[in-house]
Design a protein around this ligand. Structure first.
Ligand code: MN
Length: 196
């Protein structure tokens, strides 16, 4: 059985960018529902008891497995998202990621602009990501539940731009939410830990 992983901080730790109220729905309802759905969907199938990453890899791109893929990938994405954020985070990176951002984007300001623009421009529900692709860092976006690692890209950080991530706090102002996450919440220690 899959279980809802613990939130790595208090429900009000990300205020005022992400309120405890948003966390109560986003983590307490949406993330939990993906867990409940996946447990029901895999019951009695070959995926019962399989690891989450294996389920995602084996159902990606298969139309007849879309429900299992969507719920499995959304569990993975949300757990990764909670860890991509921290209180008093954001701003300039540290460690090896900082050097890689210099090399891949020509400096933090270029990187910040690209991460913001790419994430904000995801049409409809989805995710903005910082990934490692072939030894360099890239900013990419994915729609709905799609995950970069099914295409060989290693995620370092993600930003959820489904409306449930920001609507209670920022309404339609997606860019205000994305920029505040980048400037105040990104967890660069987590990004460094995810380097291959
Ligand atoms: Mn979400």
């Amino acid at each position: 059985m899959f279980t809802l992983p613990p939130l790595p901080y208090a429900d009000n730790a990300l205020e005022p960018v992400i309120s405890a109220n948003t966390i109560s729905f986003h983590y307490g309802k949406h993330h939990r529902t993906y867990v409940d759905n996946l447990n029901n969907l895999v019951k009695g199938t070959e995926f019962e008891g399989a690891a989450l990453e294996k389920i995602i890899a084996e159902t990606a791109g298969k139309a007849d497995r879309a429900a299992i893929f969507n719920n499995a990938a959304q569990i993975w994405n949300h757990t990764f998202y909670w860890h991509s954020l921290r209180a008093n985070g954001g701003g300039k990176p540290t460690g090896k990621v900082a050097q890689m951002i210099e090399a891949s984007f020509g400096g933090y300001d270029n990187f910040r602009k690209e991460l913001s623009a790419t994430t904000v421009s995801q049409f409809g529900s989805g995710w903005g990501w910082l990934v490692v692709d072939g030894g360099a860092l890239k900013v990419v976006k994915t729609g709905n539940a799609e995950v970069p690692f099914t295409k060989g890209q290693k995620p370092l950080l993600t930003i959820d731009v489904w409306e449930h991530a920001y609507y209670l706090d920022h309404q339609n102002k997606r860019a205000a939410y994305v920029d505040a996450v980048i400037d105040r919440l990104l967890n660069w220690e987590f990004a460094n830990q995810n380097l291959p």
